[in-house]
Design a protein around this ligand. Sequence first.
Ligand SMILES: [Zn+2]
Length: 65
Amino acid sequence: MIRIAVCCLCLKTKKENLMLFGKNICQDCEAELTQSSTEDLSYDLYVEKMKDVLTAPSKEDKNMV
Ligand SMILES: [Zn+2]
């Protein structure tokens, strides 16, 4: 079954890909993350985003607890 979820990084509605703490990370962003190195300018942005994701209280994952 294919589920649709909003990607927590690009905020686009995509096919559920990688669920991290109840948040979806789409395939594109996962690829960005895995391809990013510490020298990439975008890496910092993603790290900041990931911190938001990991520290923000989830509103929509009541069924995950
Ligand atoms: Zn995304």
